[in-house]
Design a protein around this ligand. Structure first.
Ligand SMILES: Cc1ncc(COP(=O)(O)O)c(C=O)c1O
Length: 403
């Protein structure tokens, strides 16, 4: 293997400059740990940004990929594909949905969802139903449509004109959503917990009220569960905590245990607005990705990962909450299951770097919110190792940041 400096120099030379990367080349992963090219071990609280929910290289996912790769890597959606059928069946049997459209990423799943909502409006006699309400601080992807749906100016800057028809309202403000509905509105899109926007949780009853509002005004409700679906919150889907069903839901990230995939799930009534020729994806539902998906979802359904997520998540949350009494610069700890955010009253980047020095990968979003998205197999011991380290690091910098 090339040495680390050469790899980083080549990365900077040849790859489009869209990410600010840490000077780290990760070469191996197992369970909750990853190793860098220079042999250093890290406990991973990023998990590929909520992708590796089962941990790195789960043996059942690896086995399924190996088996499938010997049989059939790819065929067109002109033909029926066995693992695609199996994964769709598993998703339908375990969710509100009746139909699944497969694609390759979260953005594509949201593209499909919003296209379907627009088409459904037209099919149900609302030819001008093209407007979509989305939330401030939301994140739905980086394609033109999903970036336009994303309620963050910093992400849209420089790419106008945006796709028209989006109205942004504050998350957790049901009256603002009600006030934003016009005769042209066809859907509301919302993350049940905002991930990139800072781990913002819904207040009690908010998603239920949104559901009711959409029903009343005959518009569709889309839940973007790309980040919080597949067990991340301690239930298979985050909507289960709220006792409400969307009309459409999107998934991606951890659905195939680390292999790229996206999915849009919908009720029969809504899904029937898609017919042959209305939407497609060459790789969507590819045999390799869906075989990995069947294995990953089976592990999630059969093992006690959801229970572990709730238990370890609860422990993590209370350990982090203890730190708030010690460090006044912590504004809030929030989250559910194993998506947890710690809001600081100043920039958090220094803690990401310090944690990395100490052998922990963590993330910071929106500048000042430390975000933890570990694999759902994380143990309380491993959580305690990180919290102990954070406690020490916070303590070291306490004096400089007291203001
Ligand atoms: C809630 C949500 N929706 C959509 C996306 C976009 O997914 P992708 O990067 O796979 O296109 C993300 C990615 O972080 C996300 O968190």
């Amino acid at each position: 293997m090339k040495d680390t400096d050469t790899l980083i120099a080549d990365s900077q030379r040849y790859i489009a400059n869209t990410y600010s990367r840490y000077p780290l080349v990760l070469v191996r992963g197992q369970g909750c740990k990853v190793w860098s090219s220079d042999g250093k071990e890290y406990l991973d609280f990023v998990a590929g940004l909520a992708v590796c929910n089962l941990g790195h290289c789960h043996p059942k996912v690896v086995g399924a990929i190996q088996d499938q790769s010997r049989k059939l890597l790819h065929v067109s959606n002109f033909y029926h594909i066995e693992p695609q059928i199996e994964l769709a069946k598993l998703l339908v049997e375990n969710s509100f949905a009746d139909r699944v459209f497969f694609c390759n990423s979260g953005a594509e799943a949201n593209e499909a969802a919003m296209k379907l909502a627009k088409k459904y409006a037209k099919d149900t006699g609302r030819a001008d139903g093209f407007e979509i309400i989305s939330m401030k601080r939301s994140f739905h992807g980086r394609t033109m449509l999903t970036m336009s749906a994303t309620g963050q100016e910093k992400i849209q800057k420089g790419f106008d004109p945006l796709v028209p028809g989006f109205t942004y309202v504050p998350f957790n403000d049901i009256e603002a959503a009600r006030g934003a509905i016009t005769p042209q509105t066809c859907a509301v899109i919302v993350e049940p917990i905002q991930g990139e926007g800072g781990v913002n949780c819904p207040s009690e009853g908010y998603l239920r009220d949104l559901r009711e509002l959409c029903r009343e005004r005959e518009i569709l409700l889309i839940f973007d569960e790309v980040q919080v679906g597949m067990g991340r919150t301690g239930k298979l889907f985050a909507y289960e905590h709220e006792g409400v069903y969307p009309d459409i839901m999107t998934l991606a990230k951890s659905l195939a245990g680390g292999v790229p995939i996206g999915a849009m799930l919908a009720t029969e009534e809504v899904a029937k607005s898609f017919s042959p020729g209305t939407h497609a994806s060459t790789f969507g539902g590819n045999p390799l990705a869906t075989a990995a998906g069947v294995a990953a979802l089976s592990v999630l359904l059969e093992d006690d990962l959801l229970e572990n997520c709730r238990r370890v998540g609860g422990h993590f949350f209370s350990r982090l909450s203890e730190l708030t009494t010690k460090y006044p610069f912590i504004k809030e700890v929030r989250g559910r299951g194993l998506i947890i955010g710690v809001e600081l009253n100043f920039e958090g980047a220094q803690f990401v770097t310090r944690c990395m020095d100490e052998g922990f990968l963590i993330n910071c979003t929106m500048g000042n919110i430390l975000r933890f998205l570990p694999p759902l197999i994380m143990t309380t011991d491993e959580v305690d190792q990180l919290v102990g380290t954070l406690d020490r690091i916070f303590g070291e910098c306490k004096e400089d940041v007291k203001s």
